[in-house]
Design a protein around this ligand. Structure first.
Ligand code: PRX
Length: 655
């Protein structure tokens, strides 16, 4: 079905009309699709056996597993007794099968430099990097922190860790020194792998100086490896810092992969929760590799000749699961791009699709909306006819963006998979299967085969079709988190307590009359800015950390491009005077403490905050205030009306 001309230009009407439209699969696509409708029934008959069969067939084991699942709620162990190595599964076995010359990554730097790495190249580089880690004393079980731009050394570093059984924790390059230090200290990492910097939006973005600042407060770090990416002058600490081109380049490429237990920790990835302290989400080996690789092959309909581009940053879970582990386990050819979509121009991504003949493209709605804003002429100027599957991830995709993506990127042909999942889930859980599912713009459709999901009310009872409530997962799945590092109680409390026996995702959802899932956004104090999770409390504590601030409350407000943006209400200390300059300073302070992604877009000084009697900030009211007003970029002086509303509610309202 192709897109017809829609409505009268009124977005509300368009939205309603769009939601009612359905897109059945093209029979020609269905005939060649990897996924078949029968998968759902097969998985439903015995979901544990379904996954066990996949695990036996898809993964290469050094020791086969004995038990598919041990479920001691909420602690799961998958493929118990098995041993394997992730790097072997992602590299060696493909080279042994004759795929050494197949391209693993076409890498494109923002300034236009390129590198091509085949599976044989990647295996060699990973072996050298693993030997360098060994030389620095890293052993199985030791944690390694990685803080890098989107350059090939990033997946190489991750796979090098996996090769020797050292769990990694990748910290997104946009995070601050403080955020990096907090994560390193939480997991006690021994080595940091970083770079002098990277390129983003036409500029050099320095990383090493942040790393230096972080390492001043991280006693567990014994050594750092630094990639020379920008050539910028940086300070190397003698005895601690080693250039990648010295310590890695002189190593032998031969490094035997270390077999590890199925439940051995593969990595930690920190994500925001409802408190100021990020959670170290713990993923293990076999279940994660199975969940990511199998879902990748089915959901993107991956074929040997595909050129697959996931335009996320590897610093987030999307990159871990669907740039590195899933695709490499599937011997996919991927594109990896260092920079921003608008640099040097808004043509960049479409040029890449055209030049590399990309067939599968996976990106976030925030990027789609940013492209939409630029108009259709950019994608129209390029040959995008190679694209055959499109994916969306990270936030609810509004029907307008879905339709734009479908028409102007997918040429009205390519099926769209709107994939719902989380750092915690490790793999995609709600999604259409291309060639099988009839899609509706804005709906993530149904649980992936083998996955149990439900929408429940506040009592945990299933909400009938047509109604809304909380999204829960009703069964364990292979790539699920195994816990929060060092804090089993928080794990129970956050995910398993609210609805006993069910995983609480923190998302609102509804199901329509046909059972399609529609995600409605977070129901907790977590914001989703451009597909990135940021907790309100984290930003509030960053603000209160500033010497001028007495109190702060932060809400996420609707934003046309980024989905939500951050709006901060600030009470200054008595001796401070509000000013535009101070507002700018406070916003920068948050960027400094957490990272630029958390910089509030708007900041308003207020004399008071609306609170319940028990002192809980009434964020819903603040959201109404923030969304009801056009305040410009920064607003320093509280409007009398706003002050009145806040005063009126303070201390009066019930919980
Ligand atoms: O609110 C949901 C939203 O992103 C949250 C997970 O964020 P994070 O752990 O950073 O992982 C993002 C990439 C997997 C979810 O709780 N979310 C993610 N995908 C979708 C989504 N919301 C609606 N539709 C989606 N497809």
């Amino acid at each position: 079905m192709t897109t017809e001309s829609r409505g009268d230009g009124n977005p509300a009407i368009e939205n309603l009309m769009a939601e009612k439209r359905v897109f059945p699969p093209d029979p020609a696509f269905s005939r060649q699709a990897n996924a078949q409708a029968s998968l759902y029934d097969e998985a439903e008959r015995d979901y544990v056996e379904f996954w066990a069969r996949q695990a036996r067939e898809r993964l290469t084991w050094t020791k086969p597993f004995e038990t598919a699942l041990e479920w001691d709620l909420p602690f799961a162990k998958w493929f118990v007794g098995g041993e394997l190595n992730v790097a072997y599964n992602c590299l060696d076995r493909h080279v042994e099968a004759g795929l050494g010359d197949k391209v693993a990554y076409h890498w494109i730097g923002e300034p236009g430099d390129t590198r091509t790495l085949t599976y044989a190249d990647l295996l060699r580089e990973v072996g050298k990097a693993a030997n360098a880690l060994r030389e620095l004393g890293v052993e199985k079980g030791d944690r390694v922190a990685i803080y890098m731009p989107m350059i090939p050394e990033l997946p190489i570093a991750m796979l090098a860790c996996a090769r020797i059984g050292a769990p990694h924790t990748v910290v997104f390059g946009g995070f601050s020194a403080e955020a990096l230090a907090g994560r390193i200290n939480d997991c006690g990492a021994k080595v940091l792998i970083t770079a002098d910097g990277g390129f983003r939006r036409g500029k050099e973005v320095g990383l090493k100086h942040h790393a230096d600042e972080a390492l001043a407060a991280t006693p567990s770090i014994k050594a750092a490896i630094v990639v020379n990416r920008t050539g910028h002058d940086i300070h190397m600490v003698p005895g601690r810092d080693h250039w990648w081109h010295d310590i890695v380049e002189r190593q032998s490429p031969d490094c035997a992969p270390v077999p590890v237990d199925s439940e051995h920790m593969l990595y930690l990835l920190y994500t925001s929760g409802t408190t100021a302290k990020p959670k170290g989400i713990l993923h293990t080996t076999a279940g994660y590799l199975l969940g990511t690789s199998y879902s990748h092959e089915m959901i993107f309909d991956l074929k040997p000749d595909d050129v697959y581009w996931c335009a996320a940053d590897i610093g987030w879970v999307t990159g871990h699961s669907y740039i590195v582990y899933g695709p490499l386990a599937n011997a996919a050819t991927g594109v990896m791009y260092e920079g921003a979509p608008d640099t040097p121009t808004w043509e960049r991504w479409w040029e890449i699709v055209e030049q590399y003949r990309v067939t599968i493209l996976y990106m976030a709605p925030t990027a789609i909306r940013a492209f939409m804003k630029q108009g259709t002429h950019h994608p129209a100027a390029h040959d995008l006819t190679t694209l055959r599957v499109l994916g969306s991830v990270g936030e609810p995709i509004n029907p307008e963006a879905w339709l734009w993506y479908h028409e102007h990127v997918g040429g009205g042909r390519a099926p769209i998979v709107d994939t719902w999942w989380q750092t915690e889930t490790g793999q995609i859980l709600l999604t259409p299967l291309p060639g099988v599912t009839v899609t509706k713009p804005g709906s993530a459709t149904f649980p992936f085969p083998g996955i149990g999901a439900d929408v429940v009310d506040a009592n945990g009872d299933t909400v009938p079709f047509g109604g809304g409530g909380y999204l829960v997962l009703t069964r364990p799945w292979p790539a699920m988190l195994r816990g929060i590092y060092g804090d089993p109680e928080r794990y129970r409390e956050t995910y398993w307590k609210r609805f006993p026996g069910k995983y609480f995702a923190g998302d609102g959802a509804k199901r329509d009359e046909e059972g399609y899932f529609w995600l409605l956004g977070r129901v907790d104090d977590v914001m989703n800015v451009a597909g990135h999770r940021i907790s309100t409390t984290e930003v509030e504590s960053a603000l209160v950390d500033h010497k001028s601030v007495a109190e702060a409350a932060v809400v996420g407000t609707k934003d046309d491009v980024t989905g939500q943006s951050i709006f901060a209400f600030v009470i200054l200390k008595a001796d401070q005077t509000p000013s535009d300059a101070l507002a700018v300073q406070l916003r920068e302070h948050v960027a400094y403490v957490i990272g630029p992604i958390a910089r509030p877009k708007q900041l308003m000084f207020v004399p008071d905050l609306p609170k319940t009697r028990s002192g809980k900030i009434m964020r819903r009211l603040l959201r109404d205030i923030a969304e009801g007003r056009a305040l410009g970029d920064t607003t320093t002086l509280a409007d009398a009306g706003v002050v009145d509303i806040i005063r009126e509610h303070s201390g009066r309202a019930e919980e």
